[in-house]
Design a binder for this molecule. Structure first.
Ligand code: MLT
Ligand code: MN
Length: 312
């Protein structure tokens, strides 16, 4: 199975259009070691020809432009795409807005939970993906789905499972303690080829997660690779940087560092590789010379980047 990180940043990208904080300035000024990052998405293929995209970021047009495998094949028909399926893990803007760039009556199959499909159904702009052309299929909150494209099975199997998270920002109900969050708002995915068994050769893709519990640790144990929510290193880094007041927890993202952070929570889990994705523009790991980046790397984690490729 081939995997490509299309976008390694969280919502906003890196640099974010309106951010003038030191990290965004450094990447804009091309400071050595800093990488431009587009918004959160990966692509996977069992045969190198048909691809599934996981989350459709607002940057998908430039992500396709940077990925020859995702472009129309030279021997293809006049309108053509190797992208045969799109799978969504939540309804955040950074994961759904790219659907609007996939219009032009090109068939593919769109997979999401009932909650996320409901959001798409209630926002009429998504009718640009006419359901007669782009079939919408529901993913279970717990279960295995063999991915198909308009031309048949992709040879990829996704096991979906609910993870702790938050309803999309634009759907928040502020009267409610959990902002109206319900199961199915955020899922994680175990991705493997249809032929493989067990966790061997499995990529766990969890770009948004508010907490890790024993059930999640047990589920991912033995995985070939984990791509995990790397939004913030410090829960309070938005306030510390002076760019906002929200904590990571308030945004539905656990922090990487600290006693209850991701490094600690997953320390004893057996994984072939562990990679942070969905990295916010305030996260100090974006500076490779930072103590945070060194801490992450010393703990065996990699910092995902756009164009990163893996074969599992
Ligand atoms: C998030 O991951 O918290 C969201 O993408 C935030 C947003 O919608 O900008
Ligand atoms: Mn996001």
């Amino acid at each position: 199975m081939k995997i490509r990180v299309l976008g390694s940043a969280a919502g906003g990208g890196f640099p974010q259009w309106n951010c003038n904080a030191p990290l965004s300035r450094a990447v804009r000024e091309k400071k050595p070691g800093f990488r431009v990052r587009t918004q959160s998405s990966i692509a996977a293929s069992a045969d190198g020809r048909s691809w599934a995209v996981f989350n459709a970021s607002p940057d998908i047009r430039e992500q396709i432009a940077a990925s020859p495998d995702l472009q129309p094949r030279a021997d293809g028909p006049l309108r053509h795409t190797p992208i045969e399926a799109v799978v969504l893990t939540n309804a955040d803007v950074d994961h759904i807005a790219g659907l609007l760039s996939l219009r032009e009556r090109e068939p593919f199959i769109l997979y999401a939970t009932a909650r996320v499909l409901k959001t798409l159904g209630e926002n009429s702009i998504f009718q640009v993906l006419n359901p007669e052309v782009v079939e919408r299929r529901e993913l279970p909150l717990e279960g295995v789905t063999e991915l198909e494209g308009p031309r048949g099975p992709l040879g990829l199997s996704v096991e979906t499972f609910a993870v702790s998270g938050k309803v999309a920002l634009f759907l928040e109900n502020t009267d409610d303690d959990n902002f109206g969050t319900a199961p199915g708002d955020t899922i994680g995915i175990a991705l493997r080829t249809s032929a493989s068994q067990g966790t061997d050769g499995t990529l766990f893709y969890i770009p948004g997660c508010a907490a890790v519990d024993d059930a999640l640790r047990e589920r991912i144990d033995g995985g070939a690779c984990l791509m995990f929510d790397g939004t913030v290193f410090h829960d309070t880094e938005m306030a510390d940087t002076g760019v906002g007041s929200k904590t990571g927890a308030r945004m539905g993202h656990m922090a990487i560092g600290g006693e209850h952070g991701t490094l600690a929570a997953l320390r004893n889990v057996d994984l072939g590789r562990r990679i942070f994705v969905h990295i916010n523009n305030t996260n100090p790991i974006l500076d490779p010379a930072s103590d945070a980046a060194k801490t992450v790397e010393a703990a065996g984690w990699e910092i995902g980047y756009d164009g990163m490729e893996l074969t599992l």
